[in-house]
Design a protein around this ligand. Sequence first.
Ligand SMILES: Cc1cc2nc3c(=O)[nH]c(=O)nc-3n(C[C@H](O)[C@H](O)[C@H](O)COP(=O)(O)OP(=O)(O)OC[C@H]3O[C@@H](n4cnc5c(N)ncnc54)[C@H](O)[C@@H]3O)c2cc1C
Length: 429
Amino acid sequence: MAADLKPQILFAGGGHTHLAALGALAQRVRGRARLVLLSESSQLLYSGMMPGWLAGRYALHDCAIDLRELAQRAGVEWVTDTLVDIDFQARQAVGAQGTRYGWDLLSLNVGTAVDPGVIRNAALTVLPVKPFGHFVQRWQEWLARAPLRPRCIVVGGGAAAFEVACALRARCAATGPMQGGSVCVISAAPRLLVDQGRYNGWLAARSLRARGIALQCGWRFVGVQGQEVLCERGTSPGRQATQAFNPDDDGGKSDTQDAGAVSDVEGAAQARWLRLSADLVIVATGAQAPRWLDAAARRDGLSVGPRGGIAVTAGLRAVSTPRVYASGDCADFGHLRVPKSGVHALRQAPALVDALTAGLDALDGIAPPHAGAPYRPQRRALALLDRCDGSAMATWGRLGAAGAGLSHWKTRIDRAFIEAMNGGPPAAR
Ligand SMILES: Cc1cc2nc3c(=O)[nH]c(=O)nc-3n(C[C@H](O)[C@H](O)[C@H](O)COP(=O)(O)OP(=O)(O)OC[C@H]3O[C@@H](n4cnc5c(N)ncnc54)[C@H](O)[C@@H]3O)c2cc1C
């Protein structure tokens, strides 16, 4: 940092934590630092409303947060670029065209990506649900040329897969390009929503079946070959199955079905492999840190978690490198159990503001820097899952409920959040 220049704080990624932290930090450190928000798109699709958008209930602008405007309101500089690398030693982030962005403090909030599995000669469309930016574009392209009565498979057993399946089902039930299509959910876990208790798993499964969505638990998605989706029985980690991707050596113990016709895999009771014909596969399994970030962190000797997230303290500082902070889904909190959710990412904002203020104090030689309050994840958080038919399911720890009233409540919360993030109701702007 040159003596006559203000230190630069680079906010990499317009994720949920940065949304909530930018304004507060800008107020706190006004005049002391140059703040820059860099993200690949000026719009962030709000995950709470994403299923409603996928179902066709919301237009994209209803559920998008304008990051550029948000930055402008906070007095923060805005840059549109896609990061492809970070040189932690030289303290530079690298954009898609090779532009280098220097920083004195770096705050990472770039979310996650979903592994689409092994894809060979795919004659169907495979869409990883994250990152949303890519998903939105590819979904729109697919929808514009969707085949008649498409057979859709959703891979995953968590809240995201549940909501995506309900959204697709709503599309298939309504008039439009997907009318008459079918939806099947495949999960490696023995039941849905495994972290939210048996009752919620049962309620989610019942919700799917009541809407005509087929459900296959205990089948691990391996990948796609031609027009078929390949799954292996059981919940074991996938390396073995990935190596044995072609199940031709299975002694004939595999079963091919049409995803449109699947309601039960009784015929495959003894089979090791399950192959389903499909037109669209949406992969909504456990998210991992983006590959470029994982690779850069490992190369430069940063500690990373098992899913590639930057290992951080409860104060959101990278454990192995000074001047680097991470929050939201791209952070790994070690022994602290922090679910990957927008709610938790948002709640990390006060701790991030404290941590960056302390980092700036340290750069300015203000000692001893005030460390700020660490982030303490709440034990339970309310989740409202959109069933995309005018009803929703709520979970709070192991408790759960479903009904139309919850959907009205969810809609009010979601719309209020979008309004607040976009600067208040239109009249107030
Ligand atoms: C279908 C679905 C529904 C969900 N519903 C909910 C819900 O109702 N409630 C809830 O709490 N959670 C929900 N989640 C989870 C939620 O989406 C994530 O946990 C949350 O978005 C994580 O926030 P984040 O701040 O870590 O990053 P994100 O919100 O993912 O933001 C990452 C930001 O970084 C930017 N970015 C990414 N890569 C780059 C790059 N290379 N260069 C520059 N910028 C980049 C992105 O454009 C984006 O602005 C849902 C997830 C899915 C898949």
